[in-house]
Ligand binder design. Structure first.
Ligand code: 2AM
Ligand code: CA
Ligand code: CA
Ligand code: CA
Length: 265
């Protein structure tokens, strides 16, 4: 398998997709809702996913594609080479802010992440990693992550999870919010993951995300020694939805053990 070619083309396509998203800023968007009134999608989300599918199928017809908007393949396993694509992560931000959204592309081989690309379109910042070859923001290599404590940490989490909710006993998270240096919420899972990779945040957690939300970010964070699991400390599921805990080494274990009861909830 020619991984250099896959890596080069993946980057090229992500940059081209970003350019066409930026040029859409002046146009009127066609906005629809999906599962609920807060779950939005635009024509741009669909067009970008279809753009990737056209490109990938044209050059790598044997690869399979899992995309949020459903134009890719049906999956029962992760055999072979699989592209996990979120054409626009943070669609609500894309619509309302025209920033704080990203294109996310992960390329996996037999379930193992090889390439992770997260492109912050508004800032023209491409976060990328190739397993075993380092992680970068544009041309700058990112340093390995160092251990830290909760009281020195900025933790990414959505306020929803600290209110009563169906996914987790919110009482578990209140001490974490109280004891952390600070909390942040950007509304873009992929960017929140790469913010852990760059040290802008120290941890990020979410109760419910999909494989295309964490596939690329996981490659980038793990390449730097960060830990990526679900909130019970288990390996992530790349075929269906899962929760997410991403953190610097040490901090991941502390959050899991001292706040999340080692997943026993
Ligand atoms: P999206 O913008 O690609 O849908 C905050 O909403 C974060 O959670 C975003 O990264 C968003 O990705 C993701 N998310 C996952 N499932 C969602 C859902 N059902 N509704 C809204 N956001 C969702
Ligand atoms: Ca969505
Ligand atoms: Ca997403
Ligand atoms: Ca999306």
């Amino acid at each position: 398998m020619n991984w250099e070619k896959i890596d080069r083309l993946a980057k090229e396509w992500v940059m081209e997709a970003g350019k066409s998203i930026r040029s859409s800023f002046d146009k009127t968007l066609n906005i629809q809702t999906k599962s609920n009134p807060k779950d939005l999608v635009t024509d741009m989300d669909k067009e970008i996913e279809q753009f990737f599918i056209r490109k990938i199928r044209g050059i790598f017809p044997e690869h399979r594609i899992l995309g949020e908007e459903g134009f890719g393949d049906e999956f029962e396993n992760l055999h072979g080479i699989v592209w996990l694509i979120d054409p626009i992560d943070g669609t609500m931000n894309f619509i309302h802010q025209q920033r704080n959204f990203a294109i996310s592309v992960g390329v996996y081989e037999n379930g193992i992440g090889k390439i992770g690309l997260v492109y912050d379109v508004a800032h023209d910042e491409l976060y990328h990693a190739f397993r075993g070859k380092g992680a970068f923001m544009n041309e700058k290599q990112l340093p390995t992550l160092k251990e830290t404590t909760v009281k020195e940490s900025i933790i990414g989490l959505n306020a929803t999870w600290v209110m009563e909710n169906r996914r987790i006993d919110h009482n578990l998270l209140i001490p974490l919010v109280r004891e952390a240096l600070g909390t942040r919420s950007y509304g873009t899972a992929t960017l929140e993951m790469v913010y852990v990779a760059t040290g802008r945040m120290d941890a990020y957690l979410s109760m419910r995300l999909s494989p295309w939300d964490y596939a690329a970010g996981a490659v980038i964070v793990e390449e730097l020694g960060g830990k990526v699991t679900n909130l019970r400390g288990e390996t992530l599921n790349y075929l269906s939805m899962d929760s997410l805990l991403v953190a610097k080494p040490g901090l991941h274990q502390t959050i899991l053990k001292d706040y999340l009861k080692d997943g026993k909830w």
